[in-house]
Design a protein around this ligand. Structure first.
Ligand code: MOS
Length: 706
């Protein structure tokens, strides 16, 4: 039995939730019948290829439209000189819109990789050919793309998406002076890119007076509402569909390709598809800004924190403000009488950064959990024990108690499963042949929120049910999770439940972002299922069209208020370091999470292991390097930008402890992002343990080890 937000009891005992269930669309996916946005056929389809600027700052002087139109198959060339004017000032899903999305509105070029034209042709090859040879001339201006910790133009922004940029309580210098041990270090993380397996792709067409987009995104209403504002359309005049999505990681909202496709289909009156190339995603899909984070910790002789100051600097674009909220973990994880967190920005001629795989928490936990490890070393206290000693049941940022914080449980369970007690505290003490062996630990947290969502469930006369909820399954297994949630509350077998998702016509819903997706959608599905079951229990005959019940969680989500609701976790890593080549190999990783009710252990494990894999990737591989001279990346592709591959990820285990959320009807908190939090620090702390050398800059390339 579960507890509902209003305190009434669930109608049914739980049978499906918590049991392993293969993906309901698994067969379609492995047989290739599941079609992704870029492969869905349309009659009379035209293809658009984006042209990106080759200068890092300046103005467009000319675009040789006539030359391109003489090439085979070319239908149109859209650019700032001929594109329709659209609305660029509005409050969007992430606040002020990213100007990169509002394509072709002026001649200014603020960064290399800025969209300057769309070439539309009969075939993708003709479009690509004409786009590659389109002559665009520029008047160049000086640019600055060099991110550095001491950049003179750094400033404190007015706000962040997660609250005020600065929080401050207590007297730092007094607390530091009173401390027996102090850590004061700079930690740096690299510019990183989402690198979804499926690049962004959208097809736009007008159909019976409505704009239709077939897309790959993390929320169809997100994309539809931004397009409605950009093109001054009523939301009801737009339909966005997104059935299967090959990964998003924060990058799949409304971007330049959808907007360009809408402009082109409006002009040509035929469907137009625009697919980003892999290289274009490095400019157009957003990125995780590099950070430089100073962490200062002061502790008493027993390792208890007296002072904590976490200040992060990240790059942003000249025309768009994105704060990577890296000091955020400090507001959740550790308390101190003097407690400060702060964010600063520096505007550079770089593409717009955005949310990526645990924004803030991932790079921020690297810095904070590294600093905690350094403190443990200085205090001579075991790193697990130091974290246990600094556990707090009150959130340092808000002063409010956590709804539940089972961090110590995760640490203890993780230490037991990992075999932590066999560890020798001293660094550089374990060798196997030429390899130095080390182990490390780090903590993780992620907020557990929900977004207002609507759902509808239809009971059919044959005893089956169709669930309509505008969820986005970006590879997480959302479809399957929602099938389990519905089946339980309807008191039926999962085989009798079909889930329809990924269509803005299904109504408003939360997005697949901020680790809120499954929780938000499951809540609405649970409410609709409960009411439908009650209706059916009255013995009504089901007419041919079925009986449909709708739900809307807007009020329920509002009633949750702003409690400190978080998931927690503990990450453990074992690495081997070759001191002659500088090579670091992760040998095994183990994470234990307290992250609410796990709906489907099979896909949940996939997600947590996936997150931990991104942590390994962040620690050892991912780094987009810019050439300060041209302002562009060296090798912006999956050859030059390394993500962890199979050989880099030997053995990763994810476990969880009981942590159902009493205020959620299914007990869910959300596991979308926590798997990656703390994972990089666990790896680098293990590298220190192996070698005795601290790695404070990511990724830990061989040249940094030597
Ligand atoms: Mo995510 S980075 O909330 O898609």
């Amino acid at each position: 039995m579960t507890t509902t937000p209003t305190g009434t009891e669930s109608a049914t005992a739980r049978r499906a939730v918590g049991t392993a269930h293969p993906r309901v669309e698994g067969y379609e996916k492995v047989t290739g019948t599941a079609r992704y946005a870029g492969e869905i056929p349309f009659v009379d389809l035209a293809h658009g290829a984006l042209v990106l600027s080759t200068v890092a700052h300046g103005r467009i002087v000319s675009v040789d439209e006539a030359g391109a139109l003489r090439m085979p198959g070319v239908l149109a060339v859209l650019h700032h000189g001929n594109a329709p004017r659209i609305e660029t000032e509005y409050v969007g899903f992430l606040g002020a819109p990213d100007p990169t999305t509002a394509v072709f509105q002026h001649d200014r070029v603020p960064t290399r990789g800025w969209p300057v034209a769309l070439v539309v042709a009969e075939t993708p090859e003709q479009a690509a050919e004409a786009a590659a040879s389109l002559e665009v001339t520029y008047r160049e201006e000086p640019h600055d793309t060099a991110f550095r910790p001491d950049h003179p133009d750094a400033y404190y922004p007015g706000s962040t998406i997660v609250g005020p940029p600065v929080s401050e309580r207590g007297d730092q210098s007094a607390a530091l002076a009173a401390s027996a041990f102090v850590v004061d270090e700079l930690y740096e993380t690299a510019e990183m890119h989402h690198s979804a397996m499926e690049p962004h792709a959208a097809t736009a067409r007008w159909n019976g007076g409505r704009l239709e987009i077939v897309d790959s995104n993390q929320g169809t209403v997100w994309v539809a509402s931004e397009l409605a504002k950009l093109f001054s359309l009523d939301l009801s005049a737009i339909r966005v569909r997104s059935e299967h999505v090959g990964g998003g990681f924060g990058s799949k909202g409304c971007r330049a390709h959808q907007v360009a496709a809408v402009m082109a289909t409006t002009q040509l009156r035929r469907p137009v598809r625009v697919v980003m190339t892999r290289r274009q995603t490095f400019s157009l899909a957003g990125h995780r800004a590099p950070t430089a984070q100073r962490v200062r910790l002061g502790a008493d002789a027993g390792g208890r924190l007296l002072a904590l100051d976490h200040e992060s600097l990240n790059q942003t674009a000249t025309g768009y403000e994105w704060v990577e909220p890296a000091a955020l973990p400090a507001r959740t994880m550790y308390n101190a009488q003097a407690h400060r967190t702060a964010h600063r920005l520096v505007r550079l001629n770089v593409p717009s950064p955005t949310a990526m795989r645990a924004p803030g928490e991932a790079p921020g936990s690297f810095a904070l959990e590294s600093a905690m490890d350094e403190l443990a070393e200085r205090c001579g206290i075991d790193p697990v024990e130091l974290r246990v000693r600094n556990d707090t049941q009150v959130a340092p940022g808000s002063g409010k108690p956590f709804t539940a914080r089972r961090l110590v449980g995760c640490l203890r369970e993780g230490a037991r499963r990992f075999g932590w007690e066999q560890r020798t505290p001293r660094s550089g003490s374990t060798r196997e042949g030429r390899w130095l062996i080390g182990t490390g630990v780090a903590c993780a947290s992620f907020s557990a929120r929900a977004m207002p969502t609507t759902a509808a469930i239809t009971a059919h006369p044959d005893g089956t049910y169709t669930v309509h909820v505008n969820a986005a399954d970006i590879g997480t297994g959302a479809r399957t999770a929602l099938t389990l949630v519905a089946a339980d509350e309807l008191g039926t077998d999962t085989a009798h439940v079909r889930v329809r998702l990924g269509d803005s016509d299904l109504g408003p819903a939360g997005i697949a972002g901020g680790s809120t997706g499954t929780r938000s959608w499951a809540w609405a599905v649970n409410l609709a299922a409960r009411e439908l079951r009650e209706r059916l229990a009255l013995g009504a005959d089901i007419p041919p069209q079925g009986i449909t019940v709708r739900s809307d969680t807007t009020e329920a989500v509002k009633a949750l208020g702003h409690h400190e609701r978080h998931s927690f976790g503990a990450q453990f890593a074992e690495v081997a370091v070759d001191p002659d080549t500088g090579e670091v190999r992760v040998r095994r990783m183990l994470g234990v999470f307290a992250a609410g009710q796990i709906v489907n252990p099979l896909t949940a494990r996939n997600q947590l292991v996936g997150g931990m894999t991104w942590g390994i990737s962040m620690a050892l591989h991912e780094e987009a390097v810019r050439d300060a001279r041209t302002g562009g990346h060296y090798s912006p592709d999956l050859a030059g930008y390394h993500v962890a591959a199979n050989a880099d990820v030997p053995r990763v285990e994810a476990y969880w402890i009981d942590d159902p959320d009493p205020e959620d009807p299914v007990g869910i908190k959300g596991i979308g992002e926590i798997g990656t939090v703390g994972a990089a620090a666990a790896v680098t702390n293990a590298v220190w343990h192996a070698t005795g050398v601290r790695q404070r800059s990511l990724p830990v390339r061989p040249d940094r080890v030597l």
